[in-house]
Design a protein around this ligand. Structure first.
Ligand code: FMN
Length: 210
């Protein structure tokens, strides 16, 4: 059951550098991100899968030296579009038409509505909207990782401008949002592994409107 896996997962602090997550598991964790729902289906983000040890060392240095970045075997970087452009919007609407094999007037009107609003807006506002979509994918990847019994630590504790420079994201119109090292927990080195999961109880979290 998914909830059992979500109770099993935790923000792993110490990963075993001797263990490698298999490529098929990594692909399924990335596939969960690709399948994430996004506003208007624009998928305004990409995922980088970083295994290169030198690149991960550089990233660790601008991410509070968090050891999971190099102790894990893979590092996912979620990078959102820095802006909504007419090209990007058209590309996704054209893809829908191509995959489905027909054009629909309602859909084309919707395209025109987005083209008339998003590209004219402030780039920062657009980036923040895109980043919110990326977070949905982050959540789904974390759930898939738990399903695969792969440890994954979501991280915002890094300097985004430095990470963008390391991966050349700016040239591609992308900005880093969240990183997720993937690996396997090393319980003996992890202060968090045996601590209880802490969440507010349902009555402080849910309001039932009946
Ligand atoms: C967006 C986001 C950013 C986070 N950044 C970090 C981080 O940089 N380093 C870290 O060790 N944990 C980070 N965490 C983990 C949280 O502290 C952790 O998920 C939270 O305390 C709940 O604990 P649990 O995930 O172990 O159940 C982050 C979590 C999220 C969702």
């Amino acid at each position: 059951m998914l909830l059992e896996k979500l109770n099993w997962r935790y923000a792993t602090k110490k990963m075993d550098p001797a263990k490698t997550v298999s490529d098929d598991k990594v692909e399924r964790i990335v596939e969960a991100a690709r399948l994430a729902p996004t506003s208007s289906g624009l998928q305004p983000f990409e995922v980088y899968v970083v295994t290169n040890p030198e690149v991960r060392e550089k990233i660790k240095a601008i991410a509070w030296n968090q050891a999971q970045i190099t102790d894990g075997s893979h590092l996912l970087v979620f990078a959102a579009w820095d802006n909504y452009t007419a090209d990007r919007i058209n590309h996704m609407f054209d893809l829908v038409n191509e995959v489905r094999g027909f054009r629909n007037e309602g859909w084309e009107n919707y395209r025109q509505m987005l083209l008339a609003s998003y590209p004219q807006r402030d780039a920062q506002l657009n980036y923040e909207h895109a980043a919110r979509q990326a977070y949905i994918a982050v959540g789904l990847s974390l759930a898939q990782a738990a399903f695969e019994e792969v440890d994954a630590t979501p991280m915002e504790g890094f300097d985004p401008a430095s990470l963008d420079a390391i991966l050349g994201l700016g040239e591609r119109g992308l900005r880093s949002v969240v990183i997720i090292p993937l690996g396997y927990r090393q319980p003996e080195g992890d202060w968090l592994v045996n601590l209880k999961k802490v969440r507010r109880p349902r009555d402080q979290f849910v309001t039932d409107v009946k």
